[in-house]
Design a protein around this ligand. Structure first.
Ligand code: MG
Length: 162
C-alpha cells in the first residue's frame, strides 16, 4: 500500500416525520418536533460520515455492509455502525485524520449542539476534536429540505495509512 492520503465523500438524505426520535451526529435532540425516518435510527450525519470513511478506504458503502432489509439493524443506533466501520478501516490499514460535515435541515436548530456533535464524531471516528467540523445550514425554504420534509448530511473524510 502506498503512503498517500485518501479522500472520501458521503451524502445521506432522510425524510423527517413528526414524533420520530431525533438523533443526529450521535447526539439526541429530545425537543425536536420531528426526527429522521429510517430502518436504523436514521442518523444521516453518522451515515454520511461512515460512507465518507468507507469510501476513502475503498471499502464499499454503509448500505452494502448493513442492509436496510436486515431485521437485525431495525432501530439500531448508528453509533454502532461507526464502531464496526472503524474496525474494518483499521483492519484495512487506515486511520481517519480529518472530517468536515455539512448538515442541511430546517429543524432542529443545530447551533447549540454543534460542539457536542464534533466531540461525538471525534470519539466515534477516533481523532482529535480539532480535526472535526460540523456546519449547519437551512434549506432557505427551497425544496424538500427547505419545507422541513427531509434533511441531508454531506461529509468529507481524509484518511492516512496507519
Ligand atoms: Mg441513511
Amino acid at each position: 500500500m502506498d503512503s498517500l492520503p485518501r479522500i472520501g465523500l458521503g451524502i445521506d438524505v432522510h425524510r423527517l416525520a413528526t414524533g420520530r426520535p431525533c438523533v443526529l451526529g450521535g447526539v439526541p435532540f429530545p425537543e425536536a418536533k420531528a426526527g429522521p425516518v429510517g430502518h436504523s435510527d436514521g442518523d444521516a450525519l453518522l451515515h454520511a460520515a461512515c460512507d465518507a470513511v468507507l469510501g476513502a478506504a475503498g471499502l464499499d458503502d454503509l448500505g452494502t455492509l448493513f442492509s436496510d432489509r436486515d431485521p437485525a439493524h431495525q432501530g439500531r443506533a448508528s453509533a454502532e455502525f461507526c464502531s464496526e466501520v472503524m474496525a474494518r478501516v483499521r483492519a484495512a490499514g487506515w486511520r481517519v485524520v480529518s472530517l468536515d460535515a455539512v448538515l442541511e435541515t430546517e429543524q432542529p436548530k443545530l447551533a447549540p449542539v454543534r460542539g457536542a456533535m464534533r466531540a461525538r464524531l471525534a470519539e466515534l471516528f477516533e481523532l482529535p476534536v480539532t480535526r472535526v467540523n460540523v456546519k449547519g445550514k437551512t434549506g432557505e425554504k427551497v425544496d424538500a429540505i427547505g419545507r422541513g420534509e427531509a434533511l441531508r448530511a454531506t461529509v468529507v473524510a481524509l484518511l492516512l495509512p496507519l
